[in-house]
Design a protein around this ligand. Structure first.
Ligand SMILES: Cc1ncc(COP(=O)(O)O)c(C=O)c1O
Length: 299
């Protein structure tokens, strides 16, 4: 499913470094690290009428990514929250909004890889767009398995939420060529890791299963689903999951800030059959919805 241009986003105000700019004028330098080496980190945030869902957990992950990559001169939590608030107010956004928050290592004095060439601090970008959940959460999505493996800590730790997304983009191209919505990426050993932009779960025999977070992003939505299972006494296991297990699950779904919880109806042409008539996914979606207002933070 290809997202369409939403005309409400024609006249956006975007935060870049020190203030708000119109959509046309919101730019970074050709010397910025994100241009030079994809040297940036990011978070996707969703805005609900009650505030931003799990904002503190997202900012915590941002700071952990920044520390892993040894970024310096990072804006404080208060500064980031203030800038998000200014951006949302400038665009009159209080709902149905997705924020792409990017922190680059900043501008370099000359092109090159060395972070010592960055001498003017990091650069914060806050792109808020009108964007309701992007997938068809009623009818679900189809996926194929990609030949591109998801990084594990031997190469590039998936616990860093970085802008080097070419692995995931190559996987998404394979999904596009196959005419499906997303690509399932395996880990180095051949177990399921996650989809190219979301985490994956399956339901079997009344239990929820999800891959361990070794080769997938430790998604904030994923974490909330695990928390719901623990709080509601629903069995949940983080473990290695093979493709055969996914093909034969009662329900399979993916999770992420962009699309919330989305059923997966087909994997590699195999239809996911709910042989035990479980309603666990519907139960999780209900509990997730109930927690949204409770976990929103105003800025
Ligand atoms: C590769 C990947 N997996 C999973 C997710 C979902 O993470 P979250 O629930 O934090 O939005 C994302 C979102 O950015 C992602 O890029």
């Amino acid at each position: 499913m290809l997202q369409k241009f939403d005309s409400r986003n024609k006249d956006l105000k975007v935060w870049v470094a020190d203030g708000l700019y119109s959509r046309e004028d919101a730019k970074v330098s050709v010397f910025d690290s994100v241009v030079q080496g994809g040297d940036a980190i990011w978070e996707g945030l969703r805005v609900y009428p009650e505030g931003i869902f799990l904002l503190d957990r997202h900012l915590n992950r941002l700071y952990e990514s920044a520390k892993a990559l040894a970024f310096v001169d990072i804006p404080s939590v208060e500064e980031i929250k203030h800038s998000i608030g200014e951006t949302l107010r400038a665009n009159n956004m209080t709902r149905d909004t997705h924020i792409r928050l990017t922190l680059t290592r900043g501008t370099k004095i000359t092109s090159g890889m060395d972070p010592r060439l960055n001498q003017s601090g990091s650069c914060l970008i806050i792109l808020a767009e009108w964007k309701p959940p992007v997938y068809d959460n009623n009818n679900g999505i189809k996926v194929i398995t990609s030949t591109i493996r998801r990084n594990n800590p031997s190469f590039l730790d998936s616990k860093i939420h970085h802008n080097n997304l070419l692995n995931n983009i190559q996987a998404k191209i394979q999904a596009n060529v196959a005419g499906v919505d997303a690509a399932l990426m395996l880990d180095y050993s051949g177990f399921a890791a996650e989809l190219n932009g979301t985490n994956i779960f399956m339901v079997k025999d009344g239990m929820v299963h999800t891959p361990t977070a070794e080769a997938c992003l430790h998604g904030i939505t994923r974490g909330m689903i695990i928390q719901i299972c623990q709080e509601e006494s629903i069995g949940i296991k983080e473990r290695n999951i093979s493709l055969t297990e996914l093909y034969n699950a009662d329900q399979v779904f993916c999770s992420g800030t962009m699309g919330e919880l989305t059923p997966i109806t087909h994997i590699d042409g195999r239809r996911i059959e709910n042989r035990s008539d479980t309603e666990l996914l519907a139960t999780l979606i209900k509990h997730f919805g109930e927690r949204i207002p409770k976990y929103c933070i105003e800025v």
